[in-house]
Design a protein around this ligand. Structure first.
Ligand code: GLN
Length: 300
């Protein structure tokens, strides 16, 4: 696929440029000079370049799937506890949450994701297990799972996550005990997957909510709405820059992965560990920018 090769070429100067997520010690140990990208289309074709089959820590990309699971299970009730506006603030900011009385701006910043995980845990009795089930089924890989070393590393060093969860609890916006929510949250973020596996697992968002076996998971309207929240909030305080340069519903993670949905066409997943200033992969952004420049896989 020509646009994929051009994306890889455009990203090359950015690979290794930027910082690793040093606040999670085991992510800081990853080789930053890796790059992989996959484009999976709704009709079953998969194109891959580079390190497309190397597993990495999906981190915040998991938040799309926990939100989808909550919405699939009980509909729209989660929006009583989380808003749908871009935050314009760093993904782990405490200030805005306090100013806004414990109601997170959106489900993709850390505070919002903690509320979604809390709800999923209350609904299923095992938030991370529910997530792993979905990812295994949709990627076709039974060995997909959470990396306990990464989870422990974040559990021990993630002081801001603890602070956010306690702040949420102080405002009455958690149902489960703080330490349970955090354990589930760091475990879901520590999910280890390849670009290929992630792209396949996310295809339901490009297929109006339909899973790989043809069964309905989300309604078309729910899938459309999750894509809309990804476009406006999926890349934190660089969501505007992403919309300008890429123009696709996207979700990034501090492991260096970015997932982008092209409704009715497919999913692109790119990974390169070094992060730009807002916590998204610098090479990943360059790759998606080029991909949407040299292909007609866009929504605009
Ligand atoms: N687990 C990370 C955290 O809570 C996820 C952040 C991210 O990927 N942006 O800080």
């Amino acid at each position: 696929m020509d646009a994929l090769l051009r994306a890889q070429e455009a990203a090359a100067p950015e690979v290794g440029q930027g910082r690793l997520a040093e606040y999670i010690p085991s992510l800081a140990a990853v080789d930053p000079h890796q790059f992989g990208m996959v484009v999976a289309s709704c009709d079953g074709q998969v194109h891959a370049v580079g390190d497309a089959d190397v597993r990495f820590s999906v981190q915040s990309i998991s938040k799309v799937f926990t939100l989808a699971l909550v919405v699939a299970t009980e509909g729209e009730g989660i929006w009583d506890r989380v808003s749908r506006e871009p935050s314009g603030n760093p993904f782990n900011s405490l200030l805005q949450l306090d100013q806004e009385a414990g109601r997170p701006r959106n489900p993709f910043i850390n505070a919002g994701a903690l509320v979604v995980t809390d709800r999923l845990h209350a609904l299923t009795g095992g938030a991370c297990d529910a997530l792993c089930d979905l990812m295994r089924r949709e990627s076709g890989r039974a060995d997909v799972g959470s990396d306990p070393v990464v989870a422990r590393s974040e559990l021990e060093a993630g002081h801001r996550t603890w602070a956010l969860a306690h702040l949420l609890a102080s405002y009455g916006n958690l149902e489960c005990p703080v330490d349970q929510v955090i354990h589930e949250y760091v475990a879901q973020c520590a999910l280890s997957m390849t670009c290929r596996e992630l792209a396949l697992a996310a295809l339901f968002l490009a297929r109006d909510g339909v899973l790989s076996d043809g069964s309905p998971f989300l309604s078309a309207r729910q899938a459309k709405r999750i894509n809309a929240v990804m476009l406006t909030c999926g890349t934190y305080d660089s969501a505007g820059e992403f919309a300008y340069r890429v123009g696709l519903p996207s979700k990034s993670g501090v492991g260096g992965g970015i997932l982008a949905v092209i409704p009715d066409r497919g999913v692109a997943c790119v990974w390169s560990p070094a992060l730009g200033p807002s916590g998204s992969s610098a090479a990943g952004l360059a790759a998606l920018d080029a991909f949407t420049t040299y292909s007609d896989w866009t929504v605009f």
